[in-house]
Design a protein around this ligand. Structure first.
Ligand code: 5AD
Ligand code: SF4
Length: 482
């Protein structure tokens, strides 16, 4: 059985991520991460906690004494993938490595604690997102008792503020920094408030310190993370620091550090925040602004707290205050009760806004959510599939048309590493978060390179490099038509 080979058949978007680093230690841990960026960030914290307790890290599951799957519960197919992986690891344990300990971390652990432990006896360890400090003790417990160890306690305080993450999945150029945990928005479809608990913000200074440390280590881009970063609030010496203020302060750490964030809720994307984008050259011209649907009645059923018109007004405001800002979004097709006409409103919203990119999903009922309790999941699967396909086809066309407009422009690209296609080419992102591929020449990861765009697909830009630059310098010329 080849544990890694099997992993590669998973498709790109949902493919798990592994530690970049290998480290020696008495017992070796292999961590596979599913789901959102927040989960990647959490795995870095898990790796740090285990390293501090003498565990080593490996990228090879065959070498591992402990296998941890950091899981996602957001859609049913995310969970199915993890179950499939668990089956493989359990077979490996049974046939070849009886001493192997298998753990489920994160959102599925929180959601399925009983099922995983009792009914299916699948795993040795079940640990929720707020209990990672307890992992070394739980591993000990599983070891000594031979029984499954579990901690799925959610917390109102835990932010892991003092833990310096072991950078994960890392190219040494871009890093995630978690600034808050949990979510208090009760969107009807979403399991996150149940799996990640109440919203809480990490102390300002610990965020600034971590970002400054990253700059010292040579990182050139941070993405500050939270389920809803706009509601970041931390009281410091009697004054409240809100998200725009925090972002501003992060951007002052270095003029050569790009700053991004994810994810924001349209209901509290303020003018103040937009002005930070406008004023600070290193706060990227890009916002991921999940709309979810284009119809006001559906948005109300989803409990999103804004209407189609309010969302469109926000887009208009963003584009007025920050000219050239790039927007992306999330869309759900086939939510409870969605009529054909309501679906067409999503299509018309996409036409109207013309996002650069969208993540598009079919509605998947999650037990315990408001929608699961109050509505019927009544759009037939075939209809959901067809609607999603229409959404994808439309958005792909729009992304391609937007990208075609980039041809001839010059962008400053932060080089992240070799392109997937060829070692002779590098890839990196524009300020507006578009992936660009170009010839390697003598450029290196971490360089800012001016690239003239010559070609594109709906997902990638291709270009010719014109030379190195600095972020401060490029702030005045970008994006120029040459
Ligand atoms: N079904 C389908 N998509 C969902 N999302 C969240 N919950 C569900 C669900 N139950 C999508 C939303 C969210 C993104 C992270 O995942 O679009 O913004
Ligand atoms: Fe998945 Fe949501 Fe948990 Fe992230 S927070 S891992 S998207 S369920």
């Amino acid at each position: 059985m080849n544990l890694i080979q099997d992993l590669e058949i998973l498709d790109d978007l949902d493919a798990p991520r592994l530690t970049a680093e290998e480290a020696e230690g008495a017992r070796k841990v292999y961590i596979e991460t599913y789901g959102c960026q927040m989960n990647v960030s959490d795995s870095e914290i898990v790796a740090a906690i285990l390293r501090a307790h003498g565990y080593g890290l490996t990228r090879d599951p065959e070498q591992a004494d402990v296998v941890l799957l950091n899981t996602c519960a957001i859609r049913e197919n995310a969970e199915q993938k993890v179950r499939h992986r668990l089956d493989i690891f359990r077979a490996h344990k049974r046939k070849q490595r009886p001493g192997l300990r298998i753990g489920v971390l994160g959102c599925m652990a929180e959601r399925l604690r009983h099922k995983l432990l009792e009914e299916e006896q699948l795993v040795d360890l079940v640990v929720g997102p707020d209990a990672y400090r307890d992992l070394p003790r739980l591993l000990e417990e599983a070891e000594t008792t031979g029984q499954a160890a579990v901690n799925v306690q959610l917390s109102r305080e835990e932010t892991y503020a003092d833990i310096a993450p072991v950078r994960y999945d890392s190219n040494g150029v871009t890093a995630y920094v978690s600034i808050m945990r949990g979510c208090d928005n009760m969107c009807a479809f979403c399991v996150v408030p149940f799996t990640r608990g109440r919203e809480r913000s990490r102390p300002v200074q610990s965020i600034l310190d971590e970002c400054a440390r990253l700059v010292e280590e040579g990182y050139r881009e941070v993405t500050v993370l939270g389920q809803n970063v706009n509601s970041y609030r931390y009281t410091e010496n009697g004054t409240v620091v809100t998200f725009p203020e925090l972002l501003y302060r992060v951007s002052l750490i270095s003029p050569e550090l790009r700053v991004r964030y994810s994810t924001s809720h349209p209901k509290d994307c303020s003018d103040e925040l937009l002005h930070v984008h406008r004023e600070r050259h290193n706060v990227c011209n890009y916002i991921h602004l999940p709309v979810q649907h284009g119809n006001t009645d559906v948005l109300r059923r989803m409990r999103r707290t804004y209407t189609r018109e309010q969302y469109l007004a926000l887009v208009e405001r963003a584009r007025r205050i920050v000219p050239g800002i790039s927007l992306s979004t999330d869309i759900i097709a086939g939510f409870c009760g969605e009529t054909e006409e309501e679906h067409r409103d999503t299509l018309s919203l996409l036409e109207e806004v013309r996002f650069d990119h969208a993540y598009m999903f079919m509605y998947s009922e999650r037990p315990g959510t408001y929608a699961a309790r109050k509505y019927r999941d009544d759009v037939p699967l075939e209809v959901k599939k067809r609607r999603l396909q229409e959404i994808i086809e439309l958005q792909t066309r729009i992304s391609l048309e937007n990208n075609r407009k980039e041809i001839g422009r010059v962008h400053t690209v932060l080089v992240e590493g070799p392109s997937k296609r060829s070692p002779e080419q590098l890839c990196g992102r524009t300020d507006t978060n578009k992936m660009v591929v170009f010839d390697r020449q003598d450029f290196r990861p971490g360089d800012y390179v001016r690239v003239r765009i010559t070609d594109c697909t709906s997902a990638t830009l291709f270009g010719e490099p014109l030379g190195r630059t600095t972020l401060a310098e490029s702030a005045h010329t970008e994006p120029a038509l040459v």
